[in-house]
Structures are given as structure tokens and as C-alpha cells.
Design a protein around this ligand. Structure first.
Ligand code: GTR
Length: 463
């Protein structure tokens, strides 16, 4: 009997030791690779660390509600020192800047100080575009930093509705593969810039081909938007900065660092660069007499939805903010860890966030903020969050809850945030100062989504 007991004890002890040793090995490897990703200047080494970590974090991804951990969200209406925020003045002067600062330091990164000059080149104007429906303008925004010799250009495509005497309200957003993808219109200049590989849509050798013209017509609904009296303004996100790790110096971040300058851990990633670019597009709109720059709705899909939200949070000139299926790092609550997680996104797209954000890989609960606070930064301006039911990677429920949890900040302004407290049924939009719908179908922007955005903008722009 004693011997059996001894054997059992020995077995348990050795099993526990072995398991602990294994756990240590995994934890050590994670730490080692996390460190390597931040410090190495060897591309192969970086890639080895990145892909190992990416597999590691992907293995932990959950897809079901039952696996959502118990979590406590930070309170948008409580100052870091603990005092409750119960008026808009304290919100504007203290709490809002506190939250912005936390997002800058730990999530998107701050834009450093640098000087630059701006000029605008009108590249073409056609007053009879789209069969006379619109005036098409193409404008190049030129940005240059004389002190370090770097420059960047952003090519704007603008459609103004001919049926309305200006100035007109606007829907503005970045696109994934060039301005010419949003419509078949042959007058749109084909982008010559670097693009992410995408054979299916006709990107060859990292460049757009004619095949891609009009590929994303559904995502933009140009005719409908114009017929409703709105202008459409877009630019290729890759003009602002190419969407690939290591290409920072080919976009606007080069303006700050030139060829050699180094990025600090709390300085901007690509999402913040895109958001900054949206601000430069807005600068142009302020100079265009055809545009009502008090009525600019900024919108974006997916990664560009994340950028649109951060643009809306940091630049209060955007008067409506729309997030389409923005998911992790966008509207969805990070602490739910359903679908894409912080660890997965930082190792899939290591250039999107600031380097400090990596500290929260697998540690969402330690973030001083969550994404409902990003949405709250948009208050009191109208905000629309759209999900798609099959887009589980973006956690539709997490996007909804985030909008609901931003509502108390809207209520501080005596505004109805989101008019409901439980997630509406599929294809049942709700519209307060915050709007929300979960559309049937998957990760996309569809005519249905646009109908809601137009309706929402009509209401808030008083049309
Ligand atoms: C996915 C990424 C998402 C989302 C999406 C997109 O690969 O995991 O965060 O941004 O891309 O932009 O289409």
C-alpha cells in the first residue's frame, strides 16, 4: 500500500515538474520572440519570431461566446485619479485628454512634432463625369519636409453631385487598392504605387492593372451617394503609407523621420499614419468651395475602419464617423478576445500599431483602455458602427457592446447614444446619436450598409 502511494506521489511530482518545465519553455520562447521582434534588425530573424508568435496566438483564438473570459471594462467616466466625471467640462478638459493619451501611448502611437509644407495640384476636372451626374476632380496633395528632404503625395478622387448647388456634404474614406477600383469610370487615374499582392483582383508585381478598375464598385455605391446629394472623396491608403511592415519610409511617416530617423515605442504605426492622412485630406476639403467641410462623414472598412475611428477620435473636424466591420483594434472590445486578438493582430500586421502595443499581446485585461473608450472619444458627434453576422473574426457582438458602453459619454451631453441595450436582430438597424446594425452576410461593404449610412447622415446633417 505504502509503495503504491510512494509511486503515485513520485509520478505526480515528476509529471508536475515536467509540465512546469514545458510551460516555462513556452513562456520563455514567447518572451524571447517578443523581444526579438522588437530588437532585431535582421529581416529573417524578425520573420521567424513573427511567424512563430502568430501561430502561437492564433492557436488560442476562440470563436464561441462561451469562451469569452469574464472581464471588467475600464470606466470612460472615471478619471485615473478615481473621481467620477459627471459633466461635459470635466470630460472635455480632463477625461477625454487622459483617454486620448492612453491610446497614443499604448495602442496607435502619437504623431511626433515635425514641420511640413502642403500644396495642392489639380490634376483633372471633368464636369460631365458619370454621364453628367457628377463633376470629377482629381487633386494631388503634396507634403514636403524641407529639413530632412522627404516628401509624400496623396491623390484625391472627388465626385461632386451636379444636381446640387454646393457646398455639399461629403462621405470620405481611404480605399485598399487605388481610386480607380471604386468605379469603372475610365477617367480615374490608375494608381502606380506599390500594392499588397492580390492576384484575384488583378494586382500584378505589386502594381494595379486595368483589371482592377471598378473592382470595388459595390463597396462605394458612388451613384447612390451622389443622387442623395453627397460628394464622395477617397484616396488610396497606400499613398498615405503602404500596408506592409518595413515600408514606413515610403509614406507620410517618412516626413517625420527622413531616411534614418528612428521610431520610438509610443510613436505612430500605420493605422495612425492613415488617420493622419485623412486629416490632410480634410485640410484640402477646407479649401474647396464645392464642399461643406462642416459636414464630412469619415468612413472606412475593416483596417481602414480602424483608421477612420482613430481619425475621428483625434481630429474633431470629422462630424460623423462610420466604422464598417472594423473589428479588433477598431470598434470591437479587446477584452472579449473573440475572433482576432491583440496578439494575433500585432503579429499579423506588426506595422499597424505602436510598438508599445505588443506589451498587451495575450494580456488584453491589462490594457488601460478598451475600444469603447475609442468610440467615446467621438462624442458628442454622431457615430455609426456596422457589423456583419458572418464576420465573426471582427466579433460583431463585441462591436455592439463597445458602442453600448460608449453611450454613457453621449448621455453626459443629454444625447441618446445607442437607443438599445441588447444587440438588435440581423438587418434591424438602430439609430440614435450612435447607430448600429448587424447585416446578414460576411466581411464587406454592401448597398445595404450604404443605405443605412445615407439615412444616418440625412438625419444628422438635417437633410
Ligand atoms: C484581416 C485583419 C482584420 C481586418 C481585415 C481587413 O486580415 O485580421 O483586422 O483589418 O484584415 O482589413 O480586411
Amino acid at each position: 500500500m505504502n509503495r503504491i502511494f510512494l509511486l503515485l506521489t513520485l509520478f505526480t511530482v515528476s509529471f508536475t515538474l515536467h509540465a512546469n518545465a514545458q510551460m516555462n519553455t513556452v513562456a520563455d520562447t514567447v518572451r524571447h520572440y517578443e523581444n526579438l521582434m522588437q530588437t532585431t534588425d535582421q529581416p529573417e530573424e524578425f520573420e521567424r519570431a513573427r511567424s512563430w508568435l502568430n501561430r502561437y496566438y492564433r492557436d488560442q483564438v476562440t470563436r464561441v461566446e462561451e469562451d469569452v473570459p469574464v472581464y471588467v471594462l475600464p470606466d470612460p467616466l472615471r478619471l485615473d485619479r478615481g473621481h467620477r466625471v459627471d459633466n461635459t467640462e470635466t470630460w472635455v478638459r480632463q477625461r477625454r485628454p487622459e483617454i486620448l493619451e492612453q491610446f497614443r501611448t499604448h495602442v496607435y502611437g502619437r504623431v511626433p512634432e515635425f514641420d511640413y509644407d502642403t500644396s495642392y495640384q489639380i490634376q483633372s476636372v471633368d464636369e460631365h463625369a458619370l454621364g453628367g451626374l457628377a463633376t470629377r476632380k482629381q487633386v494631388r496633395v503634396e507634403l514636403a519636409n524641407r529639413s530632412n528632404g522627404s516628401d509624400a503625395t496623396i491623390d484625391l478622387l472627388i465626385y461632386l453631385p451636379n444636381s446640387v448647388d454646393g457646398p455639399v456634404p461629403v462621405f470620405m474614406g481611404l480605399n485598399f487598392y487605388g481610386n480607380h477600383t471604386i468605379h469603372k469610370d475610365e477617367g480615374i487615374i490608375l494608381s502606380e504605387n506599390w500594392m499588397r499582392p492580390n492576384e484575384t483582383i488583378g494586382i500584378r508585381n505589386n502594381r494595379a492593372t486595368e483589371e482592377t478598375r471598378g473592382y470595388y464598385t459595390e463597396r462605394w455605391q458612388v451613384e447612390d451617394v451622389l443622387q442623395r446629394g453627397y460628394a464622395v472623396v477617397t484616396a488610396y491608403a497606400g499613398d498615405v503609407e503602404p500596408d506592409e511592415h518595413g515600408r514606413m519610409r515610403q509614406g507620410v511617416r517618412a516626413l517625420a523621420y527622413g531616411e534614418t530617423g528612428k521610431l520610438a515605442g509610443d510613436e505612430w504605426g500605420t493605422l495612425a499614419a492613415w488617420a493622419w492622412g485623412l486629416g490632410r485630406m480634410m485640410d484640402y476639403l477646407e479649401t474647396d468651395e464645392g464642399i461643406d467641410h462642416q459636414k464630412v462623414a469619415v468612413l472606412g472598412h475593416s483596417r481602414l475602419g480602424k483608421a477612420a475611428l482613430w481619425a475621428g477620435a483625434t481630429d474633431e473636424r470629422f462630424s460623423i464617423v462610420i466604422s464598417n466591420n472594423s473589428g479588433c483594434g477598431g470598434a470591437a472590445l479587446s477584452r472579449r478576445r473573440l475572433g482576432e486578438t491583440v496578439g494575433v493582430i500585432n503579429t499579423s500586421f506588426p506595422h499597424w500599431f505602436c510598438d508599445n502595443h505588443n506589451e498587451f499581446n495575450g494580456r488584453e485585461a491589462d490594457l488601460p483602455v478598451d475600444q469603447h473608450m475609442l468610440l467615446a472619444l467621438i462624442a458628442p458627434r454622431p457615430l455609426y458602427v456596422a457589423s456583419a453576422v458572418e464576420d465573426t473574426w471582427a466579433d460583431p457582438k463585441g462591436e455592439f457592446l463597445s458602442a453600448a458602453e460608449a453611450s454613457p459619454v453621449y448621455r453626459l451631453y443629454d444625447l441618446e447614444g445607442l437607443p438599445v441595450t441588447t444587440q438588435p436582430e440581423v438587418d434591424q438597424p438602430v439609430m440614435g446619436t450612435i447607430g448600429y446594425h448587424v447585416r446578414s452576410g460576411g466581411h464587406a461593404v454592401t448597398a445595404y450598409d450604404w443605405q443605412q449610412y445615407l439615412e444616418f447622415a440625412d438625419r444628422h446633417f438635417g437633410k
